[in-house]
Design a protein around this ligand. Structure first.
Ligand code: NAD
Length: 295
């Protein structure tokens, strides 16, 4: 590690000797890889106990191992599909057990795309995206209600991970956009229902372009398997990707003022920021983490 990086690391420890999230218990869905996995690492590094909730057992266990190797006892995996109606209850039970009866943070991050133009979109495509992005986050928050509707003076936070598609719409993503838009209303309603008596904050983060398998070349062959066993290809066709990046043109990523996508770590840092006490008065907001795209 370069000396200046080490100094930065040590000085953050001096500011917050126990970490920004010391003593907090956080559920992060979709934490087996990508943005969710980075958030799990960052949260644990700031003193939180983390529940890595993901349908990919191998990846979830890998994230947990990496966290616990650095700081033993900081993470557990709870493997399952967020669209399984029994899963939210299981996650909450395991989290409460791991957190000695407390849960402070939920990050509804699990998600993927299943694109199709409106006139060709199947009911299955539509319903699956609403199940993953709207129904599953609602069910998890509902299952965790007994741990959030408490008056112990400790901060509790929900963050729903949305997308620019949910705010601005995107051709080929009516289903994903509708699911991601639903999160905005869900966050604001949680803020209004659980803020006054319990001090719970709820915000939405809408990402633009983050470099994960969701935005890698479709030709790389990544896929997700639905509970019915259907394989859904992930990624963006190379032709569309080079349009986004402006390959061969003077300007890279011409529609992003910062002229670059976010790394998963950079995206996850915004989640850490929102759940941290530094954001204690930010509530019911939709925070655009886009490098300035779509202003
Ligand atoms: N990558 C981007 O540019 C971008 C942009 C806007 C929004 N987002 C959103 O950010 C979130 C994280 O995406 P990412 O880019 O890190 O993707 P990713 O594919 O790298 O990671 C997503 C994780 O969620 C898990 N997951 C997906 N569906 C699940 C389900 N039904 N049950 C349990 N786990 C499930 C996957 O196994 C995977 O580990 C998603 O909600 C995505 O829609 C991403």
């Amino acid at each position: 590690m370069a000396p200046q990086d080490r100094i930065a690391q040590v000085s953050s420890h001096l500011n917050y000797p126990q970490g920004l999230l010391a003593g907090q218990v956080a559920i992060i869905t979709g934490a087996g890889q990508g943005v969710g996995a980075e958030a799990a690492r960052l949260f644990a590094n700031e003193g939180a106990k983390v529940i890595v909730a993901d349908l990919d057992a191998q990846k979830a266990e890998g994230v947990v191992k990496a966290i616990n190797d650095a700081a033993p006892g900081r993470a557990i995996a709870v493997v399952g599909d967020v669209t399984d109606p029994a899963y939210p209850k299981k996650v909450v039970e395991k989290a409460a057990e791991f957190g000695n009866g407390k849960i402070h943070i939920i990050v509804n991050n699990a998600g993927y795309t299943w694109d199709g133009v409106i006139h060709k979109m199947s009911d299955k495509q539509w319903n699956t995206m609403l199940a993953v992005h709207a129904t599953a986050p609602f069910r998890l928050v509902q299952a965790a209600a007994p741990y959030f509707r408490v008056k112990d003076g400790v901060q509790r936070v929900v963050v729903n991970i949305s997308s620019t598609s949910g705010i601005h719409g995107n051709p080929g993503q009516a289903n994903y956009a509708a699911g991601k838009a639903a999160m905005v209303g869900l966050s604001k309603t949680i803020a209004k229902e659980w803020g006054p008596q319990f001090g719970v904050r709820a915000n939405t983060i809408a990402f633009g372009f983050v470099q994960t398998r969701l935005t890698a070349a479709k030709e790389a062959g990544a896929f997700i398997t639905t509970p019915e066993g259907e394989k859904i290809a992930l990624g963006i066709p190379t032709g569309q990707l080079s349009k986004k990046s402006g390959d061969g043109e003077k300007e890279q990523y011409p529609d992003i003022p910062l002229r670059r996508p976010a790394s998963p770590t950079e995206a996850a840092r915004s989640i850490l920021g929102v759940v941290s006490p530094l954001f204690s008065y930010v509530n019911g907001q939709t925070i655009m983490v886009t490098g300035g795209r779509n202003m």
